[in-house]
Each structure stands twice: as structure tokens, then as C-alpha cells.
Design a binder for this molecule. Structure first.
Ligand code: COA
Length: 187
């Protein structure tokens, strides 16, 4: 599939390119990423960002493989990348990170809403999963704000880079859901 551009009230979501590699390297030095993103290599190097953009993201759009369809978030067309959000087709889950300078503005919630709407409408998907380590309140708040239902706690489905499955929160959004925040989240 050709990469798709999505537009929200404040954001342009477009495929990460070579021009974003330096920014991705810089933003992914944040140790919060180490504890929250299961598959992020650590230490995170320029080679990791090149592999992400040129192999992972490219294959995701072309074949729907691996991380699936990944977007970079920008405040304007061609502007610097602030974070990424992606539909992981293999895991049937949404995943995201936002660089530290751009957190807390509701951007991620806005982007997640747009991506979920696209996945439901364009891919015919009926259920989008979500999980985050139990202490990751910020991620859970994004999922709650975007209308995900809370399914409870248990080991993560995905193995972290050390092979562990840390205690995590799980949730999901259905194509038939209305996107309004649902009760039951322990936040
Ligand atoms: C999770 C993450 C993407 C949130 O990004 P963000 O841009 O701050 O998200 P938003 O601005 O849309 O905020 C959404 C909610 O999170 C809350 N929030 C933001 N940072 C928070 C923090 N450090 N602690 C608790 N809540 C936080 C906001 O107040 C908001 O809550 P509300 O809707 O109840 O008011 C960002 O913190 C991040 O990239 N963390 C590291 C990577 C990560 O955890 N990815 C997800 C893995 S499952």
C-alpha cells in the first residue's frame, strides 16, 4: 500500500522518511522509552533509526508486515517529526511514542483517534488491541481518552527486549465503539 497522509485538527500524520532519522535518534535517547517500549533497541543508535525508517516502516506500508502502518506526527506538512503512531497488523494493536518536548498537549490522543478511525474504515479491522506496562499511566490515559475499553492487568503479550513479560494493562477498541471515554480504568 502507498503511505497514507492523515490530517487532524492540529496534526499531519505522514510516513517517517530519511529526513526524520536524526530527530528519531535524538528523541529516542529518553530513558522513559527504555521502560515503556518493549521492542525498542537500547542503547538506541542511528543505525537503529535507519533500520526503522528504511526497513521496518517501508515493509510495513508495502506488505502490512511487522509494525504495519507507521505514521510520524508533525504540526505541519514537512515539519519536524514529534513522535510516531502505528497499527501493528501482526499483533492487531496500536503502538505509539511521543518525544518529550511535545508531550502533554493531547497530540497523541488526537493522533490515536485518527489512526484507529482509518484502520477501522480502510482495513476492515473490527478490534484494535492496546497494552502498556502497568506503571505507564500516560499511555493508559491516551487509550482511555481515545475510547478504549479496559480489559484488566496481566503479563504483557509482547516479550520485552530481555525476554520478560512485565505486568501490564490491556485494553481494546471495537469498530462499533463511539470513541467516548469508557469507565473502569484504574486511573
Ligand atoms: C504515552 C505518551 C505517548 C503520551 O503522550 P502525550 O503526548 O503526553 O499524550 P497526550 O498529551 O495526548 O495526553 C493524554 C493523557 O495523558 C496524560 N499524561 C501525559 N503525560 C502524563 C504523565 N507523565 N503521567 C500521567 N499522565 C500523563 C495527559 O494528562 C492526558 O490525560 P487526560 O486525557 O486524562 O487529560 C508519552 O508519554 C510517551 O511517548 N511515553 C513514552 C513511550 C510510551 O509510553 N509509549 C506507549 C507504550 S504502550
Amino acid at each position: 500500500m502507498e503511505p497514507v497522509v492523515l490530517r487532524t485538527e492540529r496534526l499531519v500524520l505522514s510516513v517517517p522518511t530519511d529526513d526524520d532519522i536524526d530527530t528519531i535518534v535524538e528523541l529516542c535517547q529518553d530513558e522513559l522509552m527504555l521502560d515503556t517500549l518493549a521492542s525498542l533497541p537500547w542503547p538506541y543508535t542511528r543505525a537503529d533509526a535507519e533500520f526503522f525508517v528504511r526497513e521496518v516502516v517501508a515493509a510495513g506500508w508495502e506488505h502490512g508486515l511487522g509494525l504495519g502502518t507507521v505514521w510520524g506526527m508533525r504540526e505541519r506538512e514537512g515539519g519536524p517529526l514529534l513522535g510516531t503512531v502505528g497499527w501493528n497488523a501482526e499483533r492487531a494493536e496500536i503502538g505509539y511514542w511521543m518525544g518529550a518536548p511535545s508531550r502533554g498537549r493531547g497530540y497523541m490522543t488526537e493522533a490515536v483517534r485518527a489512526v484507529c478511525a482509518w484502520v477501522f474504515a480502510e482495513l476492515g479491522v473490527e478490534r484494535i488491541g492496546w497494552e502498556a506496562v502497568a506503571g505507564n499511566a500516560a499511555s493508559a490515559r491516551v487509550a482511555r481518552a481515545a475510547g478504549f475499553r479496559y480489559d484488566g492487568e496481566g503479563p504483557s503479550n509482547i516479550a520485552f527486549r530481555d525476554g520478560s513479560h512485565p505486568h501490564s494493562r490491556h485494553g481494546h477498541l471495537l469498530a462499533t465503539d463511539d470513541g467516548a471515554p469508557k469507565p473502569g480504568w484504574p486511573l
